[in-house]
Design a protein around this ligand. Structure first.
Ligand code: AMP
Length: 481
């Protein structure tokens, strides 16, 4: 997964983009980059690691111009190399263009083979690079025409920003897998347009949220203002429901709906569907979140279950990546470094632990043990989404099927593996109903979204866009996103 940010018409474009990327850091920590334009030429800077580590004041100072795009990239198993860091910036026959992409293209291998057969030479293993080659090969006379023509060739998920010398172009794929929103930002010399994966940066930079881009919408921001068009054949909306479950920041809005409110609704629904065995009347039940991912859902669960919400696990905010290999003598090191049990809240209690998802099951297992070792009488694990059974091909870094515990184990088997007294997941129907209830409240257009308006392939296996045969066989870990 990745995050993108763009700005047009601000004298401090690089600095604002740097701040914008900070507020999107949760979407990717592997690399960060910014490309600016001063109207005549593009200037790039990319670095591995966090935004904070990647830019010195001198790096930012040389990024001249009043327009910029930026990117943060999520770490994946393969392809951790500066070559794959975005935005990509290239010079071609008609000028220069930079690109920052969130999502994954499902037919990029097929397109790449075709382009290579025609003589294109690729520099990275990223799916995004095929778009750059398609733009360079286009015969359209305008940048937006070339971008639209290139994107008509690709399939899958893209919320994508392009920067030419003179324009910022923002596009959301026709199914709208990934979010993308726009805002406005006043400054001494006028008003800048900003676009971002999520509006989490808008308060920080003093911008106002205007709206989300619609699926299939292209926004062209230039010296003459903003133009919107829909250059693709319409498709059914397939917003990634996992953005609401886990990926987006809780203070975000996706298509106007508060992610925080959605997550609380998931917790309430989960409490209805999967109450704690024996009820909550004994006065010894506590609901605790796995911080931070399970926090809003645990608030909703405690509210509906009428049980006290407690901070049973305390998270250290100072743990980055650790490169120390845990030894046998200190197993569970990774989780213990990040989470500590709060005995005062756990001792002698029947504890309901709420988290957003189980992927491999290793984290849950360690947490259940930690809570029990701290004196809990019972440990009941509640998950605010359905079992994750299928890999994602549209930008979330979900592992292969063989690594997903729910792909090969029943809920009872998962319960045994994580050593909980009970495990309960939210149903797919419950998930969709809860998300829809918050979306409906945020909508003014009377649209009635149903289950089919979300991508929930990671839970259901119902992939909205077929992927090239190579993906099926190899279960690729795609590298952009
Ligand atoms: P595990 O079951 O040990 O593999 O880890 C599960 C935890 O990872 C969940 O509690 C989520 O908060 C988090 N998680 C879920 N999906 C992802 C993802 N695609 N990338 C990183 N973390 C994730």
């Amino acid at each position: 997964m990745c995050g993108v940010f763009g700005i047009f018409g601000h004298p401090e474009a690089a600095n604002i983009t740097y701040l914008g990327l900070h507020a999107l850091q949760h979407r990717g920590q592997e690399s960060a980059g910014i490309v600016t334009s001063d109207g005549e030429r593009l200037t790039p800077h990319r670095a591995m690691g966090l935004v904070q580590a990647g830019f010195t004041p001198a790096d930012l100072a040389q990024l001249e111009g009043d327009r910029a795009i930026g990117h943060v990239r999520y770490s994946t198993a393969g392809g951790s190399h500066i070559r794959n860091a975005q935005p990509f910036a290239v010079d071609y026959a008609r000028g220069s263009i930079a690109v920052a992409h969130n999502g994954n293209l499902t037919n990029h291998e097929v397109v790449r083979e075709r382009l290579e057969a025609r003589g294109s030479i690729f520099q990275s293993v990223s799916d995004t690079e095929v778009i750059v080659h398609l733009i360079a090969a286009s015969t359209q006379t305008t940048a937006e025409g070339r971008v639209a023509e290139a994107l008509r060739e690709v399939e899958g998920a893209y919320s994508i920003l392009f920067l030419t010398e003179s324009e910022l172009i923002a596009v959301r794929d026709p199914m709208g897998f990934r979010p993308l929103c726009m805002g406005k930002m006043k400054h001494a010399g006028g008003e800048a347009i900003v676009v971002a994966s999520e509006p989490t940066s808008f308060d920080l930079i003093g911008a106002t949220y205007v709206r989300d881009l619609e699926p299939g919408e292209m926004l062209v921001v230039g010296p003459d203002g903003v133009r919107s068009s829909k250059p693709f054949a319409p498709q059914p909306r397939k917003l990634c429901i996992f953005e609401h479950v886990y990926f987006a920041r809780p203070d975000s809005l996706i298509e106007g709906a508060s992610v925080y409110e959605v997550r609380k609704a998931l917790g309430r629904k989960l409490a209805e569907e999967s109450p704690v065995p024996g009820g909550t009347d004994g006065g010894d039940v506590v609901v605790i979140p796995v911080p931070d991912s399970g926090l809003p859902a645990a608030i909703g669960f405690a509210d509906r279950a009428r049980a006290p919400f407690e901070m049973g696990l305390i998270r250290s905010h100072y743990v980055g990546r650790t490169f120390i290999e845990p030894q046998q003598s200190i197993r569970h090191f990774g989780v213990r470094l990040k989470l500590s049990p709060n005995r005062a809240a756990l001792q002698g209690k029947r504890v309901i632990v709420v988290d957003d998802s189980i992927v491999r099951g290793t984290t849950s297992r360690k947490i259940v043990k930690m809570v029990r070792d701290a004196g809990a009488k019972e440990v009941h694990l509640r998950i605010s989404s359905p079992p994750t059974r299928w890999p994602c091909f549209y930008g979330i870094d979900t592992p292969t099927r063989s690594e997903l515990i729910a792909a090969s184990h029943s809920i009872d088997e998962i319960c045994k593996y994580v050593t909980a007294d009970s495990v309960g997941y939210l149903s797919l129907e419950g998930l969709v109903t809860a998300v829809r209830s918050i979306e409906r409240a945020a909508q003014t257009d009377g649209r009635e979204p149903g289950q089919e308006t979300y991508c929930h392939a990671c839970f259901s296996g119902a992939y909205p866009v077929a992927f090239a045969p190579a993906h099926k066989g190899r279960q690729l870990r795609l590298v952009a996103g």
